[in-house]
Design a protein around this ligand. Structure first.
Ligand SMILES: [Zn+2]
Length: 400
């Protein structure tokens, strides 16, 4: 078990308190619930055991927020006020952001619109959380609405899902160029298992990570793994590890399961849900919309990173696109003070995908896709005069 002395990360402890106290929880990516959720956690069954409906069901009402602990006496908890966000006409938003007007594409099966910039094209559908960005599936927080004959989007979707993709600046990192890669699970925390022969997820995530190290180092990254052998590490330690190494980027590697369903297939990429927005996936955990975590300071970079890696993995594998998603319960993401995402690179419960995941060549392909997606502009440019390149520009990711 990885227990680095002296690097306990206070924020992580606050948000992830009790992470190591849920040994029966099969997916170590899940943080322990808050104390008032403890009873529910005891009854937790394999989160991968139930097929996940697609599209995900979104809550229709805003649940009450947590009670402030320093105000006594408290009688009846009142919901915290949601962030003030209004529904905005996409036409008006586009004009304000100096983008071309949205284009109406089709009325069947649902009305769809496109909005584009020099970065790419987003396609939105009325009444659907599912949007696409340059062909990749993006899950919105709220369904676009038709108001007075125009498409309206929730302000949080405009701010958190559209603006980071449609508008500059591109994804940048600090000057450290340090990345922490987190092979999911380890030791007694096995993760899910292959439907073919029972081999554990923890084995495949570690192998993927080990293959990634030399590739990222070749691309100029300093790479640290949260584990390098078959040992478990608490979620809080994985977050603290990234802090101790002053990481610019954190990537957690996983494989999925929908057992006993053997048909579900495809790739999912997760980032932390922005405050005020419902999550794509809750797995029954508290999803208080008003909650904000340290990693929410990186909402825009998280989405940009997620889209970049999700697209690279889809392109490399040809697997089904299950979308760039938001979740609030993932313990290795919430406390991160850097861009952080979690990759689910296929289903070990699906015989076809399990066979691929068990193939070392496929895992090498996954590693190469991640490394290629994190290549920096400076490495693919032709020789350039040193004096004319701004320092920060050398840390921009290359255009895909
Ligand atoms: Zn996992």
């Amino acid at each position: 078990m990885f227990k680095p002395a002296g690097i306990i990360f206070l924020g992580a402890l606050i948000f992830l308190a009790g992470c190591a106290t849920t040994p029966t929880m099969p997916d170590e990516t899940i943080s322990s619930p808050a104390p008032d959720q403890a009873a529910a956690a005891l009854n937790w069954v394999d989160p991968n055991a139930a097929p996940k409906p697609r599209p995900q069901q979104f809550p229709k009402t805003n649940p009450p927020a947590a009670i402030s602990s320093n105000r006594a006496p408290v009688t009846i908890p009142k919901p915290a006020p949601a962030p003030v966000m209004t529904w905005t006409s996409l036409n008006r938003w586009a004009a304000e952001h100096k983008l071309g007007a949205p284009q109406f594409l089709s009325s069947t099966p649902v009305a769809t619109y496109s909005i584009s910039s020099s970065n790419g094209v987003m396609i939105l559908a009325l009444g659907s959380h599912e949007a696409t960005w340059n062909g990749l599936e993006i899950l919105l927080g709220f369904e676009p609405q038709l108001i007075d004959g125009q498409i309206f989007l929730h302000g949080l979707d405009l701010q958190k899902n559209l603006e980071p993709l449609l508008c500059p600046p591109p994804l940048t990192f600090g000057t450290n160029r340090v990345i922490v890669v987190d092979p999911g699970h380890g030791g007694s925390n096995t993760g899910t298992h292959s439907v073919l022969d029972g081999r554990f997820e923890k084995e495949f995530t570690l192998d993927w990570a080990l293959r990634l190290v030399p590739l990222l180092e070749t691309n100029g990254w300093q790479v640290f793994l949260t584990r390098t052998n078959d040992t478990d590490s608490a979620l809080s330690n994985r977050v603290a590890f990234a802090g101790a190494h002053h990481a610019d980027v954190f990537i957690s590697l996983h494989f999925n399961s929908a057992a006993p369903d053997t048909r579900q297939a495809g790739l999912e990429t997760y980032s932390l849900t922005p405050a005020g927005m419902p999550s794509t996936l809750t797995r029954g955990y508290d999803d208080t919309w008003a909650q904000s975590f340290p990693n929410n300071n990186f909402d825009a970079q998280n989405l940009q990173l997620a889209v970049r890696l999700h697209g690279a993995l889809l392109h490399a594998t040809g697997e089904e696109d299950r979308g760039v998603r938001h979740a609030r319960f993932i313990g290795v993401l919430r406390g991160q003070r850097r861009s952080a995402i979690l990759l689910e690179a296929g289903y070990l419960s699906n015989p076809h995908e399990a066979r691929r995941i068990e193939d070392p060549e496929f895992r090498q392909k996954l590693a190469e896709a991640v490394a290629a997606a994190l290549r920096l502009k400076s490495e693919i440019r032709s020789p350039k005069p040193e004096t004319t390149v701004p320092a920060e520009d050398t840390n921009q990711l290359s255009t895909p």
